[in-house]
Design a protein around this ligand. Sequence first.
Ligand code: GNR
Ligand code: NI
Length: 184
Amino acid sequence: MSNDALVMKVSTMAVLPILTAPDPILKSKAKRVEAVDERIRRLMADMLETMYKAPGIGLAAPQIGVLDRVVVMDIGKTEETREPIRMANPEIIWASDEDNTYEEGCLSVPEHYSNVVRPAEVKVRYLDEAGQHKELHADGLLATVVQHEMDHLDGILFIDHISSLKRNMILRKLLKAKKEAAES
Ligand code: GNR
Ligand code: NI
């Protein structure tokens, strides 16, 4: 990449603030993308930049306040071997009968972790950054993350999959932290 091209690329990507619960936007349903155009590709780039900076292994558009059905993920182990996945309009077209339990966290539920049970494997149909139909067969951590991200598009957080006692305890703590941050 030429130096000018590199500068251009940096200047067109942005690290955006991540919304945290409780926030009504995180409870909203996102709209399907009509076409994967430059705006959506920019959104995907900004989301990846925001996700890597956090750092996180997935991010859904509603987490940065955008109610479009777009998610990004990267479960690569190192910064040198990044393997970004960009999806618009993802749909689960198959889920395994077998379940898996993972201890989940969420950038929108900072500093809280809980076991969540989900199908161990899923097949997801989506549009890639070029607007092409693609399918992903995910298992392991990626299966968990893609389901976690798709939940965000329907206004669902991982804490909606745990007991209401635990959920309300976490939400109270997050609300208290927000109020304290606003006062200081
Ligand atoms: O970075 C993240 N890690 C994670 C760990 C276990 C299960 C799900 C996730 S996703 C999370 C980033 C995030 O909040 N995505 O919406
Ligand atoms: Ni999340």
